[in-house]
Design a protein around this ligand. Structure first.
Ligand code: NAD
Length: 344
């Protein structure tokens, strides 16, 4: 049996992971706590740890895990901005789930967009109170509007397809533009021309706060911003300022830079310490979901299946796993390494 300490467990993780794990000879110890420097001790005696988006996997945690003999960090998500991959190189192998359902995230981005622009969240609350007034519920047609998509990878592409179905005009900014029929433009051009901007690129040092005061100043008045990628892409204070000044018409946020201590938990009945988040949530033109874009049955099954396959591949296959995040290959996103040998 391969023993895996599973951090930040939620009720919806248990069923799928237990089932795939049992069938494949991988046993999970489900821990509710997040992985941090203080909780890393819980991984003693385990072959691998399984972590999610808000676990801390910095240099100090990696050193502790390495000291305990943990051989693998299995991310059960695509993004890996919370892992010091460079520090892990030569010590612990890092694997992720590169795609589990890009549709789930792209569809959630459109769900947020439709709900916010057509004021569905307001209407839902009103009709529950038998208030059938339409006052204040005016939206706008998507047909003919311009949507700027930042990051045309797996999720961005499906989002583009969905927007095409609505008859929208699409502009794309990507650091590595593909040779396809999309209209690739500069970031400034995208900011200046888009009615709606949707973020689908990873969080890196380069993209952190790509939506800041400067960027917002370049956007159209009334722009709708959708972020289902990572909170750190947006400077939330600048976003709030943009909303207060009426420059930003609507913000749809599935992620938030300081989400780690708040999202995924029931905080109702608690005093919210994060005043910025409280302020954003209090705005009538902001919709927040708590990092929910991935949460479909199909995605959960694919996440569990791929994570178990990653773990098995590493331990049963001389350490070779297709979904390894290999720092040695230089550009981690462009890794074209032939996986005939172990990374280290
Ligand atoms: P992907 O790797 O397939 O695509 C990312 C795209 O971003 C690529 O085309 C890449 O070239 C581009 N890119 C990289 N750096 C860039 C930059 N500096 N500027 C512009 N574009 C850049 O990834 P994906 O599967 O489409 O996922 C995108 C992001 O969505 C992930 O990084 C993750 O943060 C986020 N995500 C969120 C959820 C959720 O539940 N909210 C779920 C899964 C993924």
């Amino acid at each position: 049996m391969i023993k895996v300490a599973f951090f930040d467990t939620k009720e919806y993780d248990r069923a799928s992971f237990a089932q795939y794990g049992e069938d494949a000879g991988v046993s999970f110890k489900f821990l509710e706590t997040k992985l941090t420097e203080d909780t890393a001790e819980l991984a003693k005696g385990y072959d691998a740890v399984c972590v999610f988006v808000n676990d801390t996997v910095n240099a100090a945690v990696i050193d502790k895990l390495y000291g305990f003999g943990v051989k693998m960090i299995a991310l059960r998500c695509a993004g890996y901005n919370n892992v010091d991959v460079k520090h892990a190189f030569g010590k612990i192998h890092v694997v992720h789930v590169p795609a589990y359902s890009p549709y789930a995230v792209a569809e959630h981005a459109m769900a947020l967009l439709l709900a916010s622009v057509r004021r569905i969240h307001k209407a839902y609350n009103r009709t529950r109170e038998f208030n059938f007034s339409l006052s204040g519920l005016t939206g706008f047609d998507f047909h003919g509007k311009t949507v700027g998509v930042i990051g045309a990878g797996k999720i961005g592409r499906f989002f583009i397809d969905i927007c095409r179905g609505f008859g929208m005009h699409i502009l794309v900014y990507d650091r590595h533009p593909a040779n396809d029929s999309n209209e690739y433009v500069s970031l400034d051009d995208l900011f200046a021309r888009s009615d709606i901007i949707s973020l689908h690129c990873p969080l890196t040092e380069e993209t952190r706060h790509m939506i800041d005061r400067n960027a917002i100043a370049k956007m159209k008045k009334g722009v709708v911003i959708v972020n289902t990628s990572r909170g750190g892409l947006i400077d939330a204070e600048a976003l709030l300022e943009g909303i207060k000044s009426r420059k930003i018409g609507t913000a749809c946020l599935d992620v938030y830079e300081e989400e780690a201590d708040v999202f995924f938990e029931d905080r109702s009945g608690h005093i919210m310490d994060d005043e910025l988040l409280s302020r954003l949530i209090s705005m009538p033109n902001v919709i927040v979901t708590s990092h929910q874009a991935f949460l479909t049955e199909e995605a959960l099954n694919n996440i569990a299946e791929t994570t178990v396959t990653n773990i098995k591949a590493y331990f049963d296959n001389n350490g070779i796993c297709d979904n390894e995040l290999c720092y040695r290959c230089g550009n981690i996103e462009q890794c074209k390494k032939e996986r005939k040998d172990k990374c280290f």
